[in-house]
Design a protein around this ligand. Sequence first.
Ligand code: ATP
Ligand code: MG
Length: 303
Amino acid sequence: ATASRSSLKIGLIPADGIGREVIPAARQAIEALGSSIPKPEFIDLDAGFEYFQKHGKALPEETLQKLKNECDCAMFGLSNLHSSPSTKVAGYSSPIVALRKAMDLYANIRPVVGVSASGKPSVDLVVVRENTECLHLTIIHKSNVLSITDGLFRESVRAVAKEWPDITIAEQLVDSAVYKLFREPNVFDVMVAPNLYGDILSDAAAALVGSLGVVPSINAGDDFVIGEPVHGSAPDIAGQHKANPVASIRSAAMMLRHLGYGDAASRIEKAVDTVLVEGHVLTPDLGGKATTEQVTQAILKLI
Ligand code: ATP
Ligand code: MG
């Protein structure tokens, strides 16, 4: 499906918070690729908490229809603003959760890679997080249900693994996995986890590579892909030009690779890695003083 495209229609859903700052950075990185990918056409789409406050809906039907009918892929900015219990707002639910379900984006793939001047990364693992189901509702009723749901997940992974005899499967309970992740991150290569554990593990792994602001993801299904930085809307730094654009830019690269544009993705990733290793132009989360725009520009120049 890749070679035949004359243009690449990319839905942009910055949504809330720093999504408005980091999604434009990803757009610029894609534009900087020039003719190495089909001409990108960007389609601005609404969703999010601010949209909900004005219109009573977090994910408008128009956004969903345009994604399904007009877009080849999309980039999404925020996740979960105001959906934590302490800030729960009646009627609001996370639009990315709804999108993952509506478009059957069942796999959330979150690579966590540290960069180093030697080229040998301190951490290099992928969390593959189940994306559309999470815990079954019955779990809150009986404590022993956890073994049934997680047992099903384990059996399902093992059943699929039988078809891939070259892949070695190991198992680790989630609590000891977090412990091991901090003591010996190198023992892990690919971690396959249900929704909740995958979320926790990838945030924990992000701490090992310096910041949530550098960890990308894609939400992938059979028919569509949405790039989405792992971090949330970071209300504490929104609007201050402090947001690290790297997670968003790397998510754009992952999205392009998923669509078959691996060389273009590598160009973006190499530019990002160079800026990180050189360490002159970094946002405050990585100990630097540069703004979102300055980091983006440094990356664009190398692309
Ligand atoms: P949400 O409910 O939307 O997830 P949150 O308050 O949990 O919001 P996160 O976005 O998950 O915030 O971020 C957690 C912490 O990491 C915050 O302190 C935030 O400032 C920081 N952070 C997240 N993303 C970035 C980024 N791109 N650049 C710099 N710091 C970031
Ligand atoms: Mg968060």
